[in-house]
Ligand binder design. Structure first.
Ligand SMILES: *Cc1c(COP(=O)(O)O)cnc(C)c1O
Length: 463
């Protein structure tokens, strides 16, 4: 062990927030006081061995990329807000279960309030919805309801999240990909041609593609619904919160403004909503779909006639702490246009546009299309597609040696316009660098990011 436990106080070089521990201590005392009338049942003293185990855990956890640092600009990983972390931890002393009101009265009420705020963000005053383990579970639930309401095939863009095909397999629904246009958005012409052949029950629009931030043209998909009659589910697990941003391009803005017309929406508070993992959300526009969940559990619903969240959720036990953390975060940072939270999203998008601009001006790089949200994807130029892939991997590693952590993504060659760039197309996909600039601080760190990237690319190209 490099340091004796207990000798390490936060210092000027601390990167992790220690402050919220003090705030948490005060809040814990306040929570404790609420139960003061109970007969004494003092908690067991801390086992000294637990401190050793925790020190070992801390050492083990050092083996991670520094996701919390602005130079981590790779995958879709955003640190939870300190208030979310503290609220989640505080709730752990009670450990409520939001399956039923018996298991978590306060946290169930907080879940309903927090979820209503998310529904309002999409323009819904009425809705049925709840939190889920994540986007995959939330999408599963939306497609389960879609299958019961409509049946038929489920269509999604070829760039939709890979879990849709798998979830449809679980649900026994046929799944078909729809081609994307050269900017990575579902091609409405291809969709219309498929609809004309019949048998489609549901179209999944991805509002914020995980790989590249493309936004499917939801407004045009909804117009096709008028003529062909199908259900529209919107997978906004990553992108949903961008509806609050005021600086979107016109195509993306039209798609976000159409969100209220969807039949169901999934958004992941654990992606862009500053939450710890284990927090997705599914929303239905028509509350009457609640009838599909009807069941008659003899042992969970005793305490009141109020709605138990377990009556409208596929999962049974769920962490009340996730709801408490989301409620606390939205209390501090309401999800409204122009608020501090929305400005954070705008800042990340500004960083993405600026990084894209600098890459486009640099002869060593070939960026894919201009970012619609906060994801930038670019190739490192080589003589042929396979050279580009090799150079991207080398740049990725050279950047990591300089503490800049990017991601890699295999992108179909047609999104890069290789021919125009004079690059031989000897492969159908090109490994590119990918950066999700989802922290508000990324904008201030852009020079630091670009400087390290430039040095890393020079090393890769020389090697
Ligand atoms: C992340 C993501 C998912 C999957 O959500 P999890 O929370 O990882 O289960 C689904 N769809 C999209 C668009 C995503 O970005």
């Amino acid at each position: 062990m490099p340091d004796a436990p207990g000798d390490l106080a936060p210092t000027a070089s601390s990167h992790l927030d220690h402050d919220s521990l003090r705030v948490l201590g005060d809040a814990l005392a306040r929570l404790d006081a609420g139960f003061a009338a109970l007969p004494p049942a003092p908690p067991a003293a801390q086992d000294a061995a637990a401190a050793d185990v925790l020190a070992e855990v801390a050492d083990r956890l050092r083996d991670n990329f520094p996701y919390f640092h602005p130079l981590y600009a790779g995958q879709m990983l955003k640190p939870p807000h300190p208030v979310a972390r503290a609220a989640y931890a505080l709730a752990m002393w009670v450990n409520p279960n939001n399956h039923a009101l018996d298991g978590g009265r306060a946290s169930s009420a907080m879940e309903k309030e927090a979820v209503s705020q998310l529904a309002a963000m999409f323009g819904w005053r009425e809705h049925l919805g709840h939190l889920a383990g994540g986007g995959t579970m939330a999408n599963l639930e939306a497609l389960w309801v879609a299958g019961l309401e409509r049946g038929g095939a489920v269509l999604a863009s070829e760039l939709a999240h890979y879990t849709h095909a798998r979830v449809c397999g679980v649900l026994g629904l046929p799944f078909e990909p729809v081609p994307a246009d050269d900017r990575g958005r579902m091609d409405p012409g291809a969709l219309e041609a498929r609809l004309a052949r019949g048998g489609v029950g549901t179209v999944v629009a991805t509002v914020g593609v995980t790989a590249n931030g493309a936004v499917d043209p939801l407004d045009r998909i909804l117009a096709l619904r008028e003529r062909h009659g199908f259900r529209v589910h919107v997978d906004a697990a990553y992108g949903g919160y961008f509806t609050l941003a005021r600086d979107l391009g016109p195509g993306a803005r039209r798609a976000f403004d159409a969100l209220h017309g969807a039949d169901s929406i999934v958004v992941d508070p654990h992606k862009h909503g500053l939450q710890p993992y284990g927090c997705g959300c599914v929303l239905f526009r028509d509350p009457s779909v609640g009838r599909h969940y009807r069941h008659d559990s003899p042992y969970t619903y005793f305490t009141s006639g109020d709605l138990h969240l377990g009556e409208i959720s596929l999962e049974c036990s769920r962490p009340g702490a996730a709801a408490v953390a989301l409620w606390a975060t939205q209390r501090l940072l309401p999800p409204v246009p122009g608020g501090a939270f929305a400005r954070g999203l705008e800042s990340g998008r500004k960083a993405a546009l600026e990084l894209h601009r600098r890459l486009a001006a640099d002869p060593r790089f070939l960026p894919a299309f201009e970012p619609e949200l906060d994801i930038v994807v670019w190739a490192v130029r080589g003589a042929a597609a396979s050279d580009c892939s090799r150079l991207a991997r080398a740049t990725f590693e050279a950047a990591a040696r300089r503490d800049l952590h990017l991601a890699l993504a295999a992108i179909p060659a047609r999104f890069l316009g290789l021919e125009r760039a004079g690059i031989a197309a000897d492969a159908s996909a090109v490994t590119c660098l990918r950066s999700v600039l989802m922290k508000p601080e990324h904008l201030d760190w852009l020079d630091g990011i670009c400087g390290r990237l430039s040095a890393a690319a020079d090393e890769a190209l020389a090697g």
